[in-house]
Structures are given as structure tokens and as C-alpha cells.
Design a protein around this ligand. Sequence first.
Ligand code: GLU
Length: 331
Amino acid sequence: MSYIGRFAPSPTGPLHAGSLAAALASWLDARAHRGRWLLRLEDVDTPRCVPGADAHILRQLQALGLTPDEAPWRQSQRAHAYAAALQGLLEQGDAYHCACTRKEVEAALATAGRVHEAHAELVYPGTCRHGLAGRVPRAVRLRTCDAHGQDIVVSWRDRRAGPQQQNVTREVGDFVLRRADGLWAYQLAVVVDDAAQGITDIVRGADLADNTPRQILLQCRLGLPRPRHLHVPLVLGDDGRKLSKQHGAPAIDVQSQDGALRALAQAAMHLGLPETLIARACAGPATVSDWLAQAVEAWRASHLPGAASPAVTCDDNGAPGVGHDASTPIR
Ligand code: GLU
């Protein structure tokens, strides 16, 4: 079975307990499948990138024994691929230019009587779907309804959470592919790169699960294969919120082998691996590589037998869905 997994951190700071759990889960899943594991630095959102964070992450991963099978990719070097994908979508009529500012989107939603909850998705009302009426283009958006103006419902299966479904048209709306400031949107970059790197399996934090239907829709529109997904539980801080660099989560300390083992044990505990494995990391004198070898066996026992769903591809009609979960055709 061919398996290619990846870890795709944004270099907005060093790895913390939350990002390490995602890194370890994707590494263990790849090794348990005897697959390859790649690393991609998602540095497209340049204003959020922190100088030196990329090198810091690479050093941390190395100390933790989580070494990729190829030199890391950097999204900042992939603009040509994103531009080609965007051009294709524009030519197919699947993407369009948008002249609206955020304020205008909010005003249009208010006029239509649609309340926008704070932190909720700002569902684009479709103002520029049929042309700019002489206004200056800013962003580029993906059209999320089908050719008949019907909603698109994407069905997919998460290896942990099971069958999932989202009405992308209503719950997300026409989303941005290239931002008004000229930067590439995460959704486009991640889909183009996952396909270019041949990724078969995406293992990442549960906070990214609600991006998956958008990414599946883009894969279908671009004629790209669909990887399997496993979203692992988020590590929460004392305040119950997701640990994040923005909220000051401390960098994991990998100065010593003990520090690296402690960090790995904490991540393993979070991922629900057996207590004996956690205890072994703390009891010493295990080495990082011995411990990782045992962790791969534990992951294999708990995640592999019958747990993985078959790989899926878009069918001839561009219909999304996993196996028999096919839903509304995308077109
Ligand atoms: N770059 C994203 C992040 O750091 C992860 C993207 C992904 O795994 O799809 O949150």
C-alpha cells in the first residue's frame, strides 16, 4: 500500500504541545503504514510568519526524531503552481474576481437580514458572482454552487469522527483563493501542494476539520485526487481554548533527550496511546528512537486494523463523497 503523509506547520512560532501532537500523530500514522512522511512549511501568510521560526521548528523536529523523508517544501516557493491552478479555475468559470471589502460584505449581509455571529464564517452573499459592474477587482473567490445554482453538499469520512457532511454553499459561501493583498489563501495552497507532493493521508488537528469540505470541493474542481483524513483531538489550555502560538503556548523544550522524551510522552498521552508507553518515556533510560519505535507499534495496534477507510478519488461526474457516501454532484 502506498502511503504519503505530511506535517504542514505555519512558521508563526516554534512547536508547542498542540502542534507537536499533530506532528507526532502524522509521523506515527505514516510510519505505522510503512509510508513516507513529508514536511511542508506553510509560509504563504507572510505577515503572520515569524523570522527564524522555520529553522526553530526544523531543529525541534530533528531533536524529537521526527525526520522527514525529503527536504521540506516551502509554500513561498510555490507561487507558480498556485497561479496556474487559479488560472485554470478562472478559465473554467469556477472562480471569479471580487471587488468587495469586508465592510461591504458585512453591509450586504445585514441588508439581506443575515446576522453574522462574531468568529463565525462570513458567508459571502455572492455580490460579484455575475461581474464587477466596473468596480476594481480585489480578491478571487471560488464559486460554491453548482452549474444550476444549487447548493453543494460535501460528504466525507474522518477516520476518527466517521461520516461528515457540510453544505459548503450555505455554511461557508464562495471562499477566497487569492486575497485582496495578493497573498495566496491557505485553502488553495494546501490543496495544490497536497496533490503535488502525492499526499494520500492527511493527519492534523481537529480545528482544521471544518476546512476539509472546502478542500475536497477544490480537489474536485481541479481534478485532483482526494486524500484520506484523520483529525486528532486538540490540546486545550487551562482556559479550555485551543493551545496556540497567538495565545502564548510555550515552545516545547528539546534541549536534552529527557526534555524531548517528556514532550513526546505528553503528546502520546494526548493522542490516547497506552500508559505503559508514557511511563517508559519518563522512566528512562529510553532513547528517543527506541521510544518512537514502540510508539509506532502502539499506533499500529490502535489505529490500523480495519480503521483506515479506502482512498477516494473524485468520480467521473466530479462528485464528492467517500465510497457510498456520494452526495450532490459538484458541477
Ligand atoms: N499550516 C496549517 C497550520 O499550521 C496546517 C495545515 C494543514 O495541516 O492542512 O495550522
